[in-house]
Write a protein that binds this ligand. Structure first.
Ligand code: V55
Ligand code: FE
Length: 488
């Protein structure tokens, strides 16, 4: 008999109660008109635990990956949702119970699954080389068929992957479609080694560069420009002895700086330089570029630890209301010998899940899209309860060239998930197209897909695609043009 999920904030409420279903809905209801030029599939993935946690509680990041696909064609939208059939999920379905302990601590797993891959495949999904890849940064990707969403299995790029790990935030080089990617803890659990790869669209590894960080710590997202690769080393360190004694994989270190390891793309790694900024939390990369020896990276930075589930050694985390958070522009001067960097705010509001027009990845650009939080806007706490973790009540467009921002607030009972940008056509100017984002209706307990004109977010959606069900909070996703799926 399957037990109940715990009555904790991680497993309850309209955003975090596990959804756990797989299925299809043909032709979703639409309020408004879905532009016919939107042709392709929006894939995104959520951690969504199949079973209540073996140890009684668990963190959001440890749920089994469930992929949702919204396929757009001729103004119609079809829905499909499938779990990634990981080794881990298959073992648990077989046993009809959770066999897994703490997040990324295999020493806490049931002995029957110690030899299996630990990936939940729950953080990001991309299409590369005709395969749908479900990513978790502690493992090689899982490959799925992009049309049927059947899991094929772990994918090590035909034996070319030298590390047991692979980032959940690879980039696609807009010049040639190469996959720009890395692994950290790349020689095993809690090792300080980092490997950078470039893999072309036929699956051939073109580049592999190894460096060693000053210590083992989380590198969640990264940045690649025309000439450089930048690894943000977060003050969230790993320790093998702590893991062996049943502790957490990551621990926040309030005494450590933020570090940024910078290498040349065409170098051998021996040129690595570590730049420093005061202790803080490095969020996801919006975009980055270099210009005459200066590197610019735009990313949200928070003044302290926002991962309350990875506390510091004494078990504490700073109260969230004491933390400041903005989208920042970081400038690194490769022409100087220094290790400092400049940080300038691009927004006066907290935001996350930043996305840009992927055709400008690593290039000079202007347009960023994020979900943002304005605490002054109303929220129906009376009927919904306190705002959950990762609550964002606005969509925002940030023009990083002129500093102008535009926002759209839905109402006092809705919150947004990561937006994606879909160009109006292959030759549309940068940022001209659509923003597509999930919106959770916390009172109705449903989820909508909103489509907005990217240049006029403040006008609200031009179409609302209605799901008759609720999707759990998810993480990342990507747009795959119909022509790419047809060819695969
Ligand atoms: C993140 C999420 C993860 C993870 C490590 O958002 C970092 C950051 C969903 O899993 O394993
Ligand atoms: Fe992420």
């Amino acid at each position: 008999m399957t037990r109940l999920f715990p009555a904790t904030p991680e497993f309850t409420g309209a955003l975090y109660k596990p959804a756990r279903f797989e299925g299809e809905i043909y032709d979703l209801e639409v309020d408004g008109t879905v532009p016919e030029e939107i042709y392709g599939t929006f894939f995104q993935v959520a951690p969504d635990p199949q079973y209540p946690p073996m140890l009684g509680d668990d963190i959001f990041f440890n749920g089994d990956g469930a992929i949702t696909a919204f396929t757009f064609k001729n103004g119609h939208v079809d829905f499909k949702r499938r779990y990634v059939m990981t080794e881990r999920l298959k073992a648990q379905r077989e046993a009809r119970v959770s066999l897994y302990g703490k997040y990324r601590n295999p020493y806490t797993n049931d002995p029957s699954v110690r030899a299996l891959n630990n990936s939940t495949a729950n953080t990001n999904v991309i299409v590369h080389g005709g395969k749908l890849l479900a990513l978790k940064e502690d493992s090689a990707p899982y490959a799925l068929d992009p049309v049927t969403m059947e899991t094929i299995g772990l994918w090590d790029f035909n034996g070319q992957l030298s590390s047991p790990t692979f980032t959940a935030h690879p980039k696609i080089d807009p010049a040639n479609g190469d996959l720009l990617c890395f692994g950290y803890e790349a020689r095993g659990e809690a090792t300080p080694d980092i490997v950078y790869y470039e893999i072309d669209s036929s699956g051939r590894k073109k580049r592999e560069t190894w460096i060693v960080a000053p210590y083992a710590a989380m590198i969640h997202d990264f940045a690649v420009t025309e000439n450089y690769v930048i690894f943000p080393l977060m003050p969230l360190t790993s320790d093998l002895e702590r893991m062996k004694s049943g502790g957490r994989h990551f621990q926040w270190q309030p005494g450590l700086d933020q570090l940024f390891g910078v290498i040349r793309r065409d170098g051998d790694g021996r040129d690595v330089r570590w730049f420093k900024a005061p202790n803080g939390f490095q969020g996801h990369t919006l975009n980055a570029f270099d210009d005459r020896g200066r590197i610019f990276i735009d990313m949200p930075i928070t003044s302290g630890n926002i991962f309350y589930f990875f506390p510091q050694e004494d078990g504490t985390v700073p109260p969230p209301e004491t933390l400041a958070s903005n989208m920042m522009r970081l400038t690194f001067d490769m022409n100087s010998a220094g290790h400092g960097l400049e940080m300038t705010p691009l927004t006066h509001f907290p935001c996350e899940f930043p996305r840009s027009d992927d055709r400008y990845m690593g290039r000079q650009y202007s347009h960023g899209f994020v979900i943002a939080m304005d605490p002054s806007k109303p929220f129906n706490e009376e009927r919904i309860g306190p705002r959950p973790f990762q609550f964002f009540n606005q969509l925002a467009h940030i023009n990083v060239s002129n500093g102008r921002t535009k926002t759209w607030f839905a109402d006092d009972q809705s919150c947004f998930q990561e937006p994606i940008f879909v160009p109006k056509g292959p030759d549309a100017p940068e940022g001209v197209g659509y923003v597509i984002a999930l919106c959770n209706r916390l009172l109705e307990q449903t989820t909508d897909v909103l489509i907005l004109d990217a240049q006029h977010l403040e006008d609200g959606p031009i179409a609302t695609v209605k799901l008759p069900i609720r999707l759990r909070m998810s993480l990342h996703g990507n747009w795959v043009p119909g022509a790419v799926l047809k060819a695969s």
